[in-house]
Ligand binder design. Sequence first.
Ligand code: UD1
Ligand code: UDP
Length: 381
Amino acid sequence: MKDLRIMSVFGTRPEAIKMAPLVKELAAREGITSICCVTAQHREMLDSVLAVFDLKPDWDLDIMTPRQTLSTITSKCLLGMDEAIDTLKPDMILVHGDTSTTFAGALSAFYHQVPVGHVEAGLRTYDKYSPFPEEMNRKLVTAIADLYFCPTENNRRNLERENVAGQMFVTGNTVIDALKTTVRKDYHFTTEILNRLPYGSKKILLVTCHRRENYGQPMEDIMSALAEIARTHGDVELVYPVHLSPVVQECAHRHLDGIGNVHLIDPLAADEMHNLMARCYLVLTDSGGLQEEAPALGKPVLVLRRETERPEAVAAGTVKLAGVDKGEILSLAHRLITDPAAYAAMAHAVNPYGDGEACRRIADAILWHFGRGEKPEDFHA
Ligand code: UD1
Ligand code: UDP
């Protein structure tokens, strides 16, 4: 029997971290040829992930430009994907999550009448402008896809409510598979400053912020809140690996440069980030991925957004929606820094997003779809 040619398409840092273990799982399976196509919507931040997971793409569209617009990303991906699909002839294309690469990858697969598997399917906020443009990307990919790999039962229910017709599987999130390979008790950082942080004597606050819907006033207020948290709490060290987006770089440096206990550093490699998270006290972020990783590591999270498509850890009590109002962020952070009982109530490890077996279930589901194996069992939190 001929091998199935399964092509994974991704382009940004979070897609790469979450697809890397899947690309490897597929490559290890008998009967599958795993093909890796990157758009390089992110260049440096993608290459860093490829290096950590030792992945060599079969195709690289190399589309990134500084301050790229949504239209540029989508159109360059679409044009580039034509040749990739014609040359590599996949039997199925896998896309991940909700970025512009995800949408363009799925649309291009549809144009070539190649079936689509959507990894991390079924997340919703039901607000089309928040997160922007991700919520719409998810819905558009839902309309195109044939197979849906939902991280949680809740995600599957979202799709069922929309009367989605394709095959659905509850697999857990592949980010937990990735975390299992990166976090080590005896990990030694290559970013030297991270080895020197006073983990025992001070509270390390890990910060990230990059969302497009936060550009402008919300991001100004978030950065201003972060500056005040650092200035008013002498017992914290704030570590912030700043996203390479020029919009974010400018705002972060304007508010936070020159504050003694704030460390603005370059984006971290995924293994460095995961191990720093495992050692920090508290996470403040508008990232999607961090909301999934921190609960697995027992770290409380304040989400710097108005909504979240990841309600599972909020329900479990380890994640709080802080919003983008400066006063609210200050008061929630103050409480977690100064009130041990409030902190302890949030600092327990939970695994609503996966058990580290998501990639095995996804590979099994693909083989089953093509009539070549057993249907995988669902992930239950
Ligand atoms: C993108 C995704 C977002 C995801 C985020 C993860 C879209 C529309 N947005 O947002 O869903 O949460 O990635 O980080 O798909 N840049 C570099 N080098 C890099 C990466 C980015 O210089 O390695 C700079 C470039 O100037 C680029 C800008 O950052 O134009 C913005 O990148 P872009 O992918 O458009 O948006 P993100 O905010 O990263
Ligand atoms: N991450 C990283 N280095 C950093 C910041 C984040 O490796 O400096 C990882 C993080 O651990 C998570 C993923 O990148 O796995 C999240 O990416 P991001 O926040 O950029 O995007 P989102 O998840 O919000 O789409």
